[in-house]
Design a protein around this ligand. Structure first.
Ligand SMILES: NC(=O)c1ccc[n+]([C@@H]2O[C@H](COP(=O)([O-])OP(=O)(O)OC[C@H]3O[C@@H](n4cnc5c(N)ncnc54)[C@H](O)[C@@H]3O)[C@@H](O)[C@H]2O)c1
Length: 265
């Protein structure tokens, strides 16, 4: 798919002068909301997603809102694609100053004792190793520049566990731990690494289920949220935008709850 570039937006004192954010899984849902929020905060946005058609539509929407956009289809589990996406996005927009590791899959649900190892491996391939690969490719220039922000989109499931979604929950726990390790490693280099742990948002991540199964899952998920509603994607984006900005200056390796009261630690 071709790269897409829009018009230039002005800069703001909230961010570095040439704020450029890479957002994975940006074609829809939480990733798209984060991209829109960051663009509104005067970031140029590099949209990475494996779904080329949805990516085109997302890029179009952002361009129409006046954002500087580079969109490129990439499967984050394939290192060569991540490297190529990085080079093309950096050439189009400038070297990234922020990385939002948002792409993930829910994977197959079912009893953990019956789970196929391959299903667990697939969840870890995307949700953990994909995020690690993106960090390994995108973050070194931030370290060299002495400034950068990484936001890993984990889940409250990574803290609490979720019955019948064992692979997803374990992969998000690993992403939380990756955040803490990398945050500590880069703490003196000007690159802050944090993660957010939303409770359920009503997005297409549940799209593989039939309507009946989806409704039952929704009800189960909401029953655990004291506020008794889904988090809005814009609420997650608000938190991510702060974590990508210079306004966040003394938090790293940290886990930011956005679960309507569900998380107890
Ligand atoms: N929706 C929720 O209830 C919820 C709750 C907590 C955390 N989260 C997390 O928020 C993030 C976004 O979730 P969402 O609900 O918007 O999901 P979504 O399914 O709506 O969007 C995810 C996007 O990631 C992309 N993607 C998946 N695998 C990819 C790969 N290998 N390479 C590139 N792109 C890939 C998909 O194409 C899709 O566009 C995920 O990390 C998810 O785990 C979601």
């Amino acid at each position: 798919m071709s790269a897409t570039t829009g018009t230039t937006m002005s800069t703001t004192s909230h961010n570095t002068p040439a704020a450029v954010a890479v957002i994975t899984g940006a074609a829809r849902g939480i990733g798209l909301a984060i991209a829109e929020r960051l663009a509104a905060e005067h970031h140029a946005v590099a949209l990475w997603d494996r779904d080329a058609a949805a990516l085109d539509a997302a890029a179009q929407r952002l361009r129409e809102a006046g954002a500087r956009v580079h969109a490129i289809p990439v499967d984050i589990t394939v290192r060569a694609q991540v490297q190529q996406a990085f080079e093309q996005s950096a050439a189009a927009l400038g070297t990234p100053t922020a990385l939002v590791n948002n792409a993930a899959i829910l994977g197959r649900s079912g009893p953990t004792l019956d789970a196929a190892l391959d299903d667990w491996k697939r969840a870890f391939d995307v949700n953990v190793f994909g995020a690690l690969t993106c960090a390994q490719v995108v973050v070194p220039p931030m370290v060299a520049a002495g400034w950068g922000r990484v936001v890993n989109v984990a889940s409250v499931a990574g803290k609490d566990g979720n019955a019948f979604a064992g692979a997803y929950a374990a992969s998000k726990a690993a992403l939380i731990s990756l955040t803490k390790s990398l945050g500590k490693e880069l703490a003196e280099q000007g690159v802050l690494v944090n993660c957010i742990t939303p409770s359920a948002a009503d997005t297409e991540i549940f799209g593989m289920y039939g309507e009946e199964e989806r409704e039952a899952l929704r009800a189960r998920l909401l029953a655990r949220v004291p506020m008794k509603r889904f988090v809005r994607v814009e609420e997650v984006a608000e938190m991510a935008a702060w974590l990508c900005s210079a306004r966040c200056s003394f938090s790293t390796g940290a886990v930011f709850d956005i679960s309507g009261g569900r998380a107890v630690y």
